[in-house]
Design a protein around this ligand. Structure first.
Ligand code: 13P
Length: 251
């Protein structure tokens, strides 16, 4: 049975509150009739409250782009999963490659952030993916396997079964260089196989999104692959027509 598609837009460090509110309003109108696809957007922390308020009675969920490890305390500049939950978000992106590469998040930190999401009642979207040198060395499965081994250690089967995993090859992010549908599907199939260590419902339920230069024009080919259950969209999520086309390709 096909899993329900899940398309999420990662707005990264774009859209201050008024602009974010306007984009959310346009998406809300344009996507109001979609019933067969789960949809979410991830604004900056600053824009979260405006977007949450705008999308409250809509079919679009809201995600943060990151969470702190700890619930509260002397952690200057951090925002906890508990605060994000109370603000009204449903999801959190964790372990994005920009967090890993630019801000030095290790697999162990990512694991603690996944746990923070479950502690707070946020649904994690866990990002994994290899760099270009790792892909050229044929290491993509080893890297993704290691990222999963560490990030999901200690979680219950029910928790793993509630995850969304986003496979985002780093070489395809923001480069216009999209993985071919077959390349992406191969790694998705590897991830699905990795989930086979849990009871069968886990591999059956977990949605695996592809991320990396997804656009309206290439979404249908990617989403037609059996193991690709959705997309985590960066640049194209900032344009209403592009994001709508991607959602429609999923439905
Ligand atoms: P782009 O779609 O801009 O390549 O970004 C992908 C991404 O990083 C989504 O999290």
């Amino acid at each position: 049975m096909k899993r329900r598609p899940f398309i999420a837009g990662n707005w990264k460090m774009h859209k201050a509150p008024a602009e974010a509110d306007a984009l959310a309003e346009q998406l809300k109108r344009a996507l109001a009739d979609v019933t067969a696809v789960d949809i979410a957007v991830a604004p900056t922390f600053l824009s979260l409250p405006a977007v949450i308020a705008r999308l409250r009675h809509s079919n679009i969920g809201v995600a943060s782009q990151n969470v702190a490890v700890e619930a509260q305390g002397a952690f200057t500049g951090e925002v906890s999963a508990e605060m994000i939950k109370v603000a009204g978000a449903q999801y959190a992106i964790v372990g994005h490659s920009e967090r890993r590469q630019v801000f030095g998040e290790t697999d162990a930190v990512v694991a603690r952030k996944v746990q923070a999401c479950f502690r707070a009642g946020l649904a994690p979207i866990l990002c994994v993916g290899e760099t270009l040198p790792e892909r050229e060395a044929g290491q993509e499965e080893a890297v993704v396997g290691r990222q999963l081994d560490v990030a999901l250690a200690g979680l219950s089967a029910d928790q793993v079964g509630a995850l969304t995993i986003a496979y985002e090859p780093v070489w395809a992010i923001g480069t216009g260089k999209v993985a071919s549908p077959a390349q992406a599907n191969d790694v998705h199939a590897f991830i699905r196989g990795w989930l086979g260590r849990y009871p069968a419902f886990v591999a059956r339920n977990v949605r695996i999104q592809y991320g990396g230069s997804v656009k309206g024009s290439n979404a249908a080919g990617l989403l037609a692959q059996p193991e690709i259950d959705g997309a985590l969209v960066g640049g194209a999520a900032l344009t209403v027509d592009e994001f709508v086309a991607i959602v429609q390709a999923a439905g």
